[in-house]
Design a protein around this ligand. Structure first.
Ligand SMILES: Cc1cc2nc3c(=O)[nH]c(=O)nc-3n(C[C@H](O)[C@H](O)[C@H](O)COP(=O)(O)O)c2cc1C
Length: 199
């Protein structure tokens, strides 16, 4: 895939959404993929924005969703529980492509989806959930890295959550020397529609 793959003049709304889906699917599979990490923005109770990096763990096409994993003790988890509207952001300097998405977060903890994701996760990924100190807790010293749990150790599961983000709007901006291109895909339309926007 190159920047030319993202020449929006060569796409329809449907083919672009298919490309977005294939790209995010590939990004789930490979830690080296430029879209493997994304920024998730939430709102604090004071109405101020908060943003952080997470790992893309899942892409689903119907309904359109992405998912990431987090700790129920984290600030973002509390924020999404109070206000499920989130905004997602990816940028690849190699592809010169930015994706932005408006989404609604659905929190899964202690249910079948959390259990299935826990079972499929690596013990190295599970380790942080076993820490007795929740993310963001003030500490006198930086804690040492938690011990990698055994495969059948469920102790971190209580803090483990899958956050499914249902996508409604996806904005694609692609940078080209001949002129930048920007569109907004409306995923709630069937079939998906787009609006061209000035970059
Ligand atoms: C490369 C990278 C990947 C990360 N992946 C995750 C992740 O998948 N889930 C997560 O909760 N935090 C992840 N973090 C940590 C968050 O960015 C953040 O610092 C932490 O979750 C606390 O955020 P909060 O206080 O806003 O909840 C990652 C950080 C980096 C730098």
């Amino acid at each position: 895939m190159t920047n030319a793959t993202w020449n929006l003049n060569e796409h329809t709304a449907e083919s672009l959404w298919t490309l977005c889906g294939q790209t995010l699917e590939a990004a789930v599979q490979s830690a080296r993929h430029p879209f493997h990490l994304l920024t998730v923005s939430t709102l604090t109770p004071a109405g101020t924005p908060d943003a952080r990096t997470v790992v893309l763990r899942h892409f689903g096409e119907d309904p359109a969703e992405i998912a990431f994993h987090t700790d129920t003790r984290s600030a973002k988890y509390r924020q999404m529980k109070a206000q499920p509207a989130v905004h997602l952001h990816w940028y690849s300097a190699d592809l010169r492509v930015q994706l932005r998405a408006a989404a609604t977060a659905e929190l899964h903890n202690g249910d079948g989806r959390a259990q299935a994701a826990w079972t499929n996760s690596r013990t190295t990924s599970r380790a942080c959930y076993t820490s007795p100190i929740g993310p963001g807790t003030p500490v006198a010293e930086f804690p040492v890295a938690p011990t990698i749990p055994l495969d059948d150790d469920p102790s971190g599961l209580i803090h483990f959550a899958v956050v499914s983000c249902r996508l409604s709007l996806v904005e694609v901006l692609t940078l080209h020397a001949s002129g930048h291109q920007r569109v907004r895909l409306s995923l709630t339309d069937i079939p998906v529609t787009w609006e061209r926007l000035a970059p």
